[in-house]
Write a protein that binds this ligand. Structure first.
Ligand code: FES
Ligand code: FES
Length: 157
């Protein structure tokens, strides 16, 4: 077992982890943050996307011990004071989800894309989200939502 300290959504956690435990299962099963989905376990779908020190990562591609000392944001950490994050609000406004399974990962990837100033137009948004798969929406409304959120966050072109 390895002693690991993670700060998740602003709360510090001290954990004893087995070296083989994937970060996504640390979040879901150790910390009870089940908003982060597991779609494939093989880094293909993006459903498990979280922010690690501000960068979007697929949390099934990292071991929990590799995140020692990191600041992590999950979908549960986006809303504040009862207000949805602009990306969450834009997904709601634009009907950018159907079953919702991909949505937490899609939202986290979109937050990263926008905050890095890379959601500049439809093509850039589609390219930026290409690691996140959605079986339901056809992506059109997701792109509209990200464009709206980029405008609200002052990061549109
Ligand atoms: S569960 Fe991590 S990429 Fe699919
Ligand atoms: S909304 Fe169903 S997989 Fe994306």
């Amino acid at each position: 077992m390895r002693h690991v300290a993670l700060t998740v959504n602003g709360t510090r956690h001290e954990l004893e982890l087995e070296p083989r435990e994937l970060l996504v299962y640390v979040l879901r099963e150790r910390l009870g943050l089940t908003g982060t989905s597991v779609g494939c376990d093989t880094s293909s779908c993006g459903a498990c996307t979280v922010l690690l020190n501000g960068e979007s990562v697929k949390s099934c591609t990292l071991l929990g011990v590799q995140a020692d000392g990191a600041q992590i944001t999950t979908i549960e950490g986006l809303a504040s004071d009862g207000e949805l994050h602009p990306v969450q609000q834009a997904f709601h406004d634009n009907h950018a989800l159907q079953c919702g399974f991909c949505t937490p990962g899609m939202v986290m990837a979109a937050v990263s894309l926008i905050e890095h100033g890379e959601a500049t137009d439809e093509g850039a948004i589609r390219m930026g989200l290409e690691g996140n798969l959605c079986r339901c929406t056809g992506y059109h409304n997701i792109v509209l939502a990200v464009e709206q959120a980029a405008g609200v966050m002052g990061k549109a072109s």
